[in-house]
Design a protein around this ligand. Structure first.
Ligand code: SAM
Length: 341
């Protein structure tokens, strides 16, 4: 099949997008930059110097080529992330290029919200369907302490996202014992008021940051108990609530929809994993919590054919480990900001 064809040649062994454990992998998370305009304690190691150099980032054309290949392999859901994806100037062009690729059914974005006030509408018009916004606290001082950023700017971004007509806007909060515990209930009330699904995420050892200690780890089960002390939690089995591993509950009185991402404590966490990751410097990574990566940038830059790119991507899918290695003595290599959230 020609290079300019809309469909990549399927892998010779057929169902490329299923891994060794029978999980269908149809979700590609694409980090488009490792740069970020916030400094989240749990994400970016202090004094980090490992930034990708400009020539090493995948270009828009290179990303679009890989998206075409992935779509030809059966990938349907795509998420742009980072670093902070909204710091990349060519983001709207990238999104509209992706939206035009046959097979691309859903384009989502993960952002800290700081640039959404200006960009929510153009991104919606370009083809972004859903937005996940990180929001770890509603107290400006706590927010600044955790992220280094300005809460008012983020709240303006959230308002803009709500007005821009995305199909779904979700909020994500990382659980940090002693840091944002007192923020969890205000976050629930905020989510209920604005009807945003809210997900609480367990801290993962994806960085060398000093905050990543057992003492700061707050399990989702404990948060569920805290919420149960206030409200009845009604399980929500609806799989359409997301592409991810969150378990959702509706809070009976406030009506809040709260998801729990028990990456560490939920032993079944990886059983339904449907994703692989592409880093901003062009490595394909089958699992966030295992170090293996394959270099697609090198293949792209030696003008590998679509068939070869499809083989490499299919190989990465096939090599997905059964589960993440976070529960062992996992030592992060590249931090989250470099791998892509
Ligand atoms: N800048 C964007 C954002 O803020 O959403 C996208 C990248 S960020 C790395 C993606 C997600 O990863 C965020 O929800 C963030 O809170 C989460 N994250 C980063 N480090 C984490 C950690 N150590 N444990 C759990 N979640 C983490």
């Amino acid at each position: 099949m020609s290079e300019n064809s809309c469909h990549a040649t399927p892998l010779p062994w057929g169902r490329a997008a299923a891994d060794r454990f029978g999980r269908v992998v149809d979700y590609l998370r694409i980090s488009i930059t490792d740069r970020c305009n916030e400094r989240c304690l749990y994400c970016l190691p202090e004094g980090y110097h490992g930034w990708t150099q400009r020539p090493d980032y995948l270009t828009t054309e290179e990303i679009l080529r890989l998206v075409r290949v992935a779509a030809g392999l059966g990938f349907r859901k795509f998420r742009l992330t980072g670093g902070e994806p909204l710091v990349r100037a060519d983001l709207p062009e990238l999104v509209s290029g992706m939206a035009a690729i046959p097979g691309v059914e859903a384009i989502g974005l993960s952002t800290n919200g700081t640039r959404l006030a200006a960009l929510a509408r153009p991104l919606r018009e370009a083809g972004v369907r859903s937005v996940n916004i990180s929001l770890d606290a509603l107290d400006p001082a706590v927010y600044r302490r955790i992220t280094g950023g300005d809460l008012a700017t983020v709240l303006a971004g959230i308002r803009a996202a709500a007005d821009a007509g995305f199909e779904r806007v979700k909020l994500n909060a990382v659980l940090l014992r002693g840091l944002n515990e007192a923020e969890l209930w205000p976050l629930v009330l905020f989510a209920a008021e604005h009807q945003f699904p809210l997900r609480f995420i367990e801290l993962m050892p994806v960085s060398h940051a000093h905050v990543l200690t057992q003492a700061n780890f707050l399990p989702v089960t404990e948060v569920m108990e805290q919420l149960r002390a206030r409200e009845h939690l009604i399980p929500q089995p609806d799989p359409r609530l997301g592409n991810g591993p969150a378990k959702y509950y509706r809070l009976a009185r406030t009506g809040a929809l709260v998801g729990f991402i028990g990456a560490i404590t939920n032993r079944h966490f990886c059983e339904t994993c449907n994703r692989v990751r592409l880093t901003a410097d062009g490595k394909i990574r089958p699992c966030l919590g295992n170090h293996g990566e394959w270099d697609l940038r090198a293949a792209l830059r030696r003008q590998a054919s679509e068939t070869e790119l499809a083989m490499l991507l299919g190989h990465a899918v096939a090599q997905k480990p059964q589960e993440h290695a976070f529960r062992g003595d996992y030592t992060p290599c590249r931090p989250m900001v470099a791998v892509g959230g």
